[in-house]
Design a protein around this ligand. Structure first.
Ligand code: GLA
Length: 339
């Protein structure tokens, strides 16, 4: 029945969730055209999947490449959508020159921080008034027990206050922008507590941080609903806003390495629908703290989870199928909003 429903009869996600939070999608130059209608109809926020990362915007010292990022911002403006900026400082997708001196050795702390400052000033000021929220620092907290921060060149060279500096530079450039710390495994209790410790210490030092981004790369089972609830409560207790920044629900468990499914197997999409329903009921319950929910894509024709972490395997993590038709998950999510 859902297959035959005309697109104009299907409720718009952005309208269904209007009373609670924005509904976003990560986009790239290709999906901006292949998913244009779906994006325009259902979403009121976009994030650049890669086009605003350091390596994309600033491949060489003194050379910026804004074309693709500008297209995304223009697309959003043309459709009345908000834009979340992603991401200013990260250990990945940052070109080697940032950390090097002219002879190829490591840059010193002053040079690295000066480069960070000029990058942040250039990028944030270009999109001032257009990007309302930035993921300022991405994934700085360690997954391993013991250490708080993940080893990285930022940490090695600049020391742990590289995080505070990034927020300060961004805030000085655009005092209106909401500034986020963003991470994955955010609902795993041990890492959750480390993220809380980091955010608490930034707030104590009056670093301008306004929110925590929960990436939410989840699957049919993990993290448990209870762990998600506790994570939301713990982050909210810090007095910051919450954004769900990169939501997808993989149909495969982490240990599942099979590559033989060409289509979702029996029951998979029903289990995913049930899971999405539970997740969105929870988001709605915490709507006072959560102001944006962004999927890391829009429909199953394109997801970073195809071939990752298992090569040659397709995944179906979203609410819309590869033909942009609503899946059982879509209907459960709409039901969750209305219940
Ligand atoms: C992390 C990053 C995203 C993206 C995903 C994988 O979650 O924050 O920008 O690179 O990994 O697609």
């Amino acid at each position: 029945m859902t297959q035959r429903q005309a697109p104009e009869d299907i409720p718009k996600l952005r309208e269904v969730f209007e009373p609670y939070f924005r509904i976003g999608a990560a986009v790239n130059p290709s999906t901006l055209s292949t998913q244009r209608e779906l994006l325009a109809r259902h979403f009121n926020s976009v994030t650049a999947e890669n086009e605003m990362k350091f390596a994309s915007l600033h491949p060489e010292e003194g050379r910026y490449a804004f074309e693709e990022a500008d297209r995304i911002v223009d697309f959003a403006a043309a459709h009345g959508m908000a834009v979340r900026g992603h991401t200013l400082v990260w250990h990945n997708q940052t070109p080697p020159w940032v950390f090097q001196n002219p002879t190829g050795g490591a840059a010193n702390r002053e040079t690295l921080l000066a480069r960070m400052k000029s990058h942040i000033e250039t990028v944030v000021s270009r999109y001032k008034g257009l990007i309302y929220a930035w993921d300022v620092v991405n994934e700085a907290v360690s997954d391993d027990g013991g250490e708080l921060l993940r080893p990285s060149k930022w940490l090695d060279i600049a020391g742990e206050d590289f995080i505070a500096k990034a927020f300060e530079y961004a805030h000085a450039t655009d005092p209106q922008a909401l500034l986020f710390y963003n991470d994955y495994n955010e609902s795993v209790p041990e890492k959750r507590e480390k993220i809380c410790e980091l955010v608490r210490s930034l707030k104590e030092r009056e670093v301008p941080i306004h929110g925590v981004g929960l990436q939410a790369h989840w699957n049919l089972v993990h993290p448990s609903l209870d762990d998600i609830r506790q994570a939301i409560e713990r982050y909210a207790s810090l007095g910051v806003k919450l954004h769900i920044t990169e939501l997808d629900v993989s149909v495969f468990l982490h240990e599942d390495r099979r590559t033989d499914q060409k289509e979702p197997e029996a029951g998979m999409l029903e289990r995913q629908a049930e899971r999405y329903g539970q997740i969105f009921r929870l988001f709605k319950e915490y709507g006072e703290h959560i102001e944006s929910v962004t999927f890391w894509g829009a429909a199953d024709d394109y997801t970073w989870l195809d071939n990752f972490p298992v090569r040659g395997r397709k995944n179906w993590p979203f609410l819309f199928d590869a033909g942009h038709r609503p899946k059982p998950s879509f209907h459960e999510v709409v039901e969750a909003a209305r219940s």
